[in-house]
Design a protein around this ligand. Structure first.
Ligand SMILES: [Cu+2]
Length: 266
Protein backbone atom coordinates (compact mmCIF):
# COMPACT_ATOMS: atom_id res chain seq x y z
CA UNK A 1 0.00 0.00 0.00
CA UNK A 2 2.83 2.37 0.91
CA UNK A 3 4.61 1.52 -2.30
CA UNK A 4 1.47 2.21 -4.29
CA UNK A 5 1.08 5.65 -2.69
CA UNK A 6 4.70 6.53 -3.40
CA UNK A 7 4.20 5.61 -7.07
CA UNK A 8 1.05 7.70 -7.19
CA UNK A 9 2.80 10.73 -5.68
CA UNK A 10 5.73 10.26 -8.06
CA UNK A 11 3.46 10.08 -11.11
CA UNK A 12 1.44 13.13 -10.04
CA UNK A 13 4.66 15.12 -9.42
CA UNK A 14 5.95 14.06 -12.81
CA UNK A 15 2.71 15.13 -14.53
CA UNK A 16 2.94 18.54 -12.81
CA UNK A 17 6.63 18.91 -13.68
CA UNK A 18 6.10 18.03 -17.36
CA UNK A 19 3.05 20.33 -17.61
CA UNK A 20 4.88 23.28 -16.07
CA UNK A 21 7.92 22.68 -18.26
CA UNK A 22 5.80 22.59 -21.44
CA UNK A 23 3.73 25.56 -20.25
CA UNK A 24 6.79 27.74 -19.74
CA UNK A 25 8.86 26.54 -22.70
CA UNK A 26 6.42 25.94 -25.54
CA UNK A 27 5.02 29.12 -27.03
CA UNK A 28 1.90 28.64 -29.13
CA UNK A 29 1.03 32.31 -29.50
CA UNK A 30 2.14 34.83 -32.14
CA UNK A 31 4.51 37.73 -31.37
CA UNK A 32 3.62 40.06 -28.50
CA UNK A 33 3.10 43.43 -30.14
CA UNK A 34 1.02 45.54 -27.74
CA UNK A 35 1.14 46.29 -24.02
CA UNK A 36 -1.93 44.06 -23.62
CA UNK A 37 -0.14 41.01 -24.98
CA UNK A 38 2.12 40.07 -22.00
CA UNK A 39 -0.84 40.47 -19.60
CA UNK A 40 -3.05 38.24 -21.71
CA UNK A 41 -0.30 35.67 -22.18
CA UNK A 42 0.04 35.28 -18.40
CA UNK A 43 -3.55 34.02 -18.28
CA UNK A 44 -3.04 31.84 -21.34
CA UNK A 45 0.01 30.23 -19.76
CA UNK A 46 -1.91 29.35 -16.58
CA UNK A 47 -4.85 27.91 -18.56
CA UNK A 48 -2.45 25.98 -20.80
CA UNK A 49 -0.69 24.45 -17.77
CA UNK A 50 -3.99 23.47 -16.10
CA UNK A 51 -5.14 21.93 -19.40
CA UNK A 52 -1.88 20.01 -19.74
CA UNK A 53 -2.09 18.62 -16.19
CA UNK A 54 -5.63 17.37 -16.84
CA UNK A 55 -4.83 16.04 -20.34
CA UNK A 56 -1.63 14.20 -19.37
CA UNK A 57 -3.14 12.96 -16.09
CA UNK A 58 -6.27 11.63 -17.82
CA UNK A 59 -4.25 9.97 -20.60
CA UNK A 60 -2.09 8.15 -18.05
CA UNK A 61 -5.20 7.07 -16.08
CA UNK A 62 -6.90 5.76 -19.25
CA UNK A 63 -3.84 3.82 -20.42
CA UNK A 64 -3.30 2.38 -16.92
CA UNK A 65 -6.97 1.33 -16.71
CA UNK A 66 -6.84 -0.31 -20.15
CA UNK A 67 -4.22 -2.73 -18.86
CA UNK A 68 -5.21 -3.02 -15.21
CA UNK A 69 -8.93 -3.58 -15.73
CA UNK A 70 -8.89 -5.42 -19.07
CA UNK A 71 -11.14 -8.46 -19.51
CA UNK A 72 -9.36 -11.64 -18.39
CA UNK A 73 -9.69 -14.90 -20.27
CA UNK A 74 -11.70 -16.59 -17.56
CA UNK A 75 -13.91 -13.57 -16.91
CA UNK A 76 -17.64 -13.72 -17.70
CA UNK A 77 -19.86 -10.63 -17.56
CA UNK A 78 -18.99 -7.19 -16.20
CA UNK A 79 -18.25 -8.12 -12.60
CA UNK A 80 -19.80 -6.66 -9.48
CA UNK A 81 -21.90 -3.53 -9.94
CA UNK A 82 -20.33 -0.37 -8.48
CA UNK A 83 -22.22 1.57 -5.85
CA UNK A 84 -21.80 5.33 -5.43
CA UNK A 85 -18.71 6.69 -3.71
CA UNK A 86 -19.64 9.80 -1.77
CA UNK A 87 -16.15 10.95 -0.79
CA UNK A 88 -14.93 10.57 -4.38
CA UNK A 89 -17.92 12.53 -5.66
CA UNK A 90 -17.28 15.31 -3.14
CA UNK A 91 -13.61 15.50 -4.16
CA UNK A 92 -14.31 15.63 -7.89
CA UNK A 93 -16.91 18.33 -7.37
CA UNK A 94 -14.91 20.53 -5.01
CA UNK A 95 -11.56 20.47 -6.86
CA UNK A 96 -12.98 21.60 -10.27
CA UNK A 97 -15.17 24.18 -8.51
CA UNK A 98 -12.13 25.72 -6.83
CA UNK A 99 -10.15 25.68 -10.10
CA UNK A 100 -13.00 27.31 -12.06
CA UNK A 101 -13.54 29.93 -9.34
CA UNK A 102 -9.82 30.82 -9.26
CA UNK A 103 -9.68 31.03 -13.07
CA UNK A 104 -12.73 33.30 -12.99
CA UNK A 105 -11.17 35.65 -10.41
CA UNK A 106 -7.85 35.66 -12.25
CA UNK A 107 -9.52 36.36 -15.62
CA UNK A 108 -11.35 39.28 -14.03
CA UNK A 109 -8.03 40.60 -12.73
CA UNK A 110 -6.44 40.26 -16.20
CA UNK A 111 -9.39 42.00 -17.88
CA UNK A 112 -9.11 44.79 -15.32
CA UNK A 113 -5.36 45.17 -15.90
CA UNK A 114 -6.00 45.36 -19.64
CA UNK A 115 -8.35 48.26 -18.91
CA UNK A 116 -11.63 46.48 -19.52
CA UNK A 117 -13.21 47.48 -16.21
CA UNK A 118 -12.26 51.11 -16.49
CA UNK A 119 -14.91 53.69 -17.10
CA UNK A 120 -15.17 54.41 -20.83
CA UNK A 121 -14.22 57.91 -21.88
CA UNK A 122 -17.37 59.93 -21.43
CA UNK A 123 -15.69 62.96 -22.94
CA UNK A 124 -14.36 61.01 -25.86
CA UNK A 125 -13.05 63.56 -28.26
CA UNK A 126 -14.55 61.77 -31.23
CA UNK A 127 -18.03 61.70 -29.80
CA UNK A 128 -20.35 63.70 -31.98
CA UNK A 129 -22.84 64.45 -29.20
CA UNK A 130 -23.05 63.96 -25.48
CA UNK A 131 -26.07 61.73 -25.76
CA UNK A 132 -24.31 59.23 -28.01
CA UNK A 133 -23.81 55.97 -26.21
CA UNK A 134 -20.43 54.30 -26.59
CA UNK A 135 -19.88 51.07 -24.80
CA UNK A 136 -17.88 47.91 -24.33
CA UNK A 137 -14.26 48.81 -24.74
CA UNK A 138 -10.78 48.04 -23.63
CA UNK A 139 -9.53 51.32 -22.26
CA UNK A 140 -5.96 51.86 -21.18
CA UNK A 141 -6.42 55.50 -20.44
CA UNK A 142 -8.06 57.69 -17.91
CA UNK A 143 -10.30 60.40 -19.29
CA UNK A 144 -7.79 63.24 -19.07
CA UNK A 145 -5.25 61.39 -21.17
CA UNK A 146 -7.60 60.78 -24.04
CA UNK A 147 -6.73 63.97 -25.86
CA UNK A 148 -3.12 62.79 -26.28
CA UNK A 149 -4.22 59.63 -28.02
CA UNK A 150 -4.11 59.09 -31.72
CA UNK A 151 -7.79 58.99 -32.65
CA UNK A 152 -8.98 56.83 -35.49
CA UNK A 153 -12.50 56.04 -36.63
CA UNK A 154 -13.04 52.56 -37.94
CA UNK A 155 -15.89 51.67 -40.28
CA UNK A 156 -16.57 48.05 -40.98
CA UNK A 157 -18.72 46.79 -43.84
CA UNK A 158 -19.16 43.62 -45.85
CA UNK A 159 -16.27 42.90 -46.41
CA UNK A 160 -13.70 45.54 -45.54
CA UNK A 161 -12.36 47.83 -42.87
CA UNK A 162 -11.87 51.55 -43.50
CA UNK A 163 -9.80 53.76 -41.24
CA UNK A 164 -10.61 57.43 -40.99
CA UNK A 165 -7.94 59.78 -39.61
CA UNK A 166 -10.01 62.79 -38.51
CA UNK A 167 -6.95 65.00 -37.88
CA UNK A 168 -5.69 64.45 -41.41
CA UNK A 169 -9.14 64.31 -43.00
CA UNK A 170 -8.43 61.19 -45.01
CA UNK A 171 -9.50 57.56 -45.16
CA UNK A 172 -7.12 54.65 -45.50
CA UNK A 173 -7.60 50.95 -46.17
CA UNK A 174 -4.50 50.23 -44.14
CA UNK A 175 -4.17 51.11 -40.48
CA UNK A 176 -0.90 52.94 -39.77
CA UNK A 177 0.06 53.72 -36.18
CA UNK A 178 3.26 54.92 -34.50
CA UNK A 179 4.95 52.54 -32.08
CA UNK A 180 4.58 53.12 -28.31
CA UNK A 181 1.76 55.59 -28.68
CA UNK A 182 -1.77 55.16 -27.38
CA UNK A 183 -4.35 54.66 -30.09
CA UNK A 184 -8.01 55.26 -29.44
CA UNK A 185 -10.43 53.84 -31.96
CA UNK A 186 -14.14 54.42 -32.27
CA UNK A 187 -15.67 51.71 -34.39
CA UNK A 188 -18.99 51.46 -36.18
CA UNK A 189 -20.47 49.03 -38.65
CA UNK A 190 -22.35 50.00 -41.80
CA UNK A 191 -24.29 46.75 -42.04
CA UNK A 192 -23.94 43.66 -39.83
CA UNK A 193 -21.88 42.78 -36.76
CA UNK A 194 -18.16 42.49 -37.43
CA UNK A 195 -15.22 42.24 -35.06
CA UNK A 196 -11.81 43.86 -35.07
CA UNK A 197 -9.15 41.36 -34.08
CA UNK A 198 -5.37 41.65 -34.08
CA UNK A 199 -3.93 38.37 -32.72
CA UNK A 200 -0.48 39.92 -32.13
CA UNK A 201 -2.10 42.59 -29.93
CA UNK A 202 -4.32 40.07 -28.08
CA UNK A 203 -7.32 42.36 -28.48
CA UNK A 204 -10.66 41.89 -30.12
CA UNK A 205 -13.74 44.05 -30.13
CA UNK A 206 -17.13 43.74 -31.81
CA UNK A 207 -18.17 46.36 -34.35
CA UNK A 208 -21.91 46.82 -34.21
CA UNK A 209 -24.29 48.74 -36.49
CA UNK A 210 -25.83 51.77 -34.76
CA UNK A 211 -23.85 51.24 -31.57
CA UNK A 212 -20.29 52.58 -31.62
CA UNK A 213 -17.70 50.62 -29.67
CA UNK A 214 -14.31 51.72 -28.44
CA UNK A 215 -10.95 50.03 -28.47
CA UNK A 216 -7.75 51.52 -27.08
CA UNK A 217 -4.33 49.97 -27.43
CA UNK A 218 -0.64 50.78 -27.43
CA UNK A 219 1.50 48.93 -29.99
CA UNK A 220 4.98 48.05 -28.77
CA UNK A 221 6.66 46.41 -31.74
CA UNK A 222 7.32 47.76 -35.23
CA UNK A 223 5.91 45.48 -37.91
CA UNK A 224 2.97 44.58 -40.09
CA UNK A 225 0.19 42.56 -38.48
CA UNK A 226 -3.11 41.20 -39.79
CA UNK A 227 -6.46 42.67 -38.81
CA UNK A 228 -9.02 39.92 -39.01
CA UNK A 229 -12.81 40.09 -38.86
CA UNK A 230 -13.69 37.67 -36.08
CA UNK A 231 -17.46 37.65 -36.39
CA UNK A 232 -19.11 35.53 -39.09
CA UNK A 233 -20.52 38.36 -41.21
CA UNK A 234 -21.46 36.83 -44.55
CA UNK A 235 -20.18 34.69 -47.43
CA UNK A 236 -16.81 36.47 -47.75
CA UNK A 237 -16.23 36.85 -44.01
CA UNK A 238 -13.05 34.76 -44.37
CA UNK A 239 -11.64 37.35 -46.77
CA UNK A 240 -12.38 40.32 -44.54
CA UNK A 241 -8.89 41.27 -43.57
CA UNK A 242 -6.74 44.36 -43.41
CA UNK A 243 -3.29 45.20 -42.13
CA UNK A 244 -2.03 47.28 -39.27
CA UNK A 245 1.39 48.79 -39.81
CA UNK A 246 3.21 49.78 -36.67
CA UNK A 247 6.10 52.08 -37.51
CA UNK A 248 8.59 54.47 -35.97
CA UNK A 249 7.10 57.87 -35.31
CA UNK A 250 9.07 59.56 -38.12
CA UNK A 251 7.91 56.95 -40.66
CA UNK A 252 4.36 57.35 -39.42
CA UNK A 253 4.56 61.13 -39.74
CA UNK A 254 5.87 60.80 -43.32
CA UNK A 255 2.97 58.53 -44.20
CA UNK A 256 0.49 60.81 -42.44
CA UNK A 257 1.77 63.97 -44.12
CA UNK A 258 1.71 62.29 -47.52
CA UNK A 259 -1.96 61.34 -47.06
CA UNK A 260 -3.46 64.25 -45.17
CA UNK A 261 -5.63 66.77 -46.95
CA UNK A 262 -3.59 69.97 -46.94
CA UNK A 263 -6.43 72.39 -46.29
CA UNK A 264 -7.09 70.89 -42.87
CA UNK A 265 -6.00 72.86 -39.86
CA UNK A 266 -3.94 70.69 -37.51
CU1 LIG B 1 -16.82 40.99 -41.01
Amino acid sequence: MLNKNIYLILIISLVFAISFWIGFNVNLLPAEASINAPIYDELFKILFIIGLIIFIGMTIAVIYSLFKFRKRNDQIGDGIALEGNLSLEIVWTIIPSIIVLLIGLYSYNIYDRMGGMRELNHNHEMMSSNSEKIWAGISQTSDNQVSNNLSIEVSAMQFAFLFNYPKGNFISGELHVPVDQKVSMKMESKDVIHAFWVPEFRIKQDIIPGQPTVLNFTPTKVGKYPIICAELCGPYHGGMRASIIVEEESDYNDWFNKNKKTEVNL
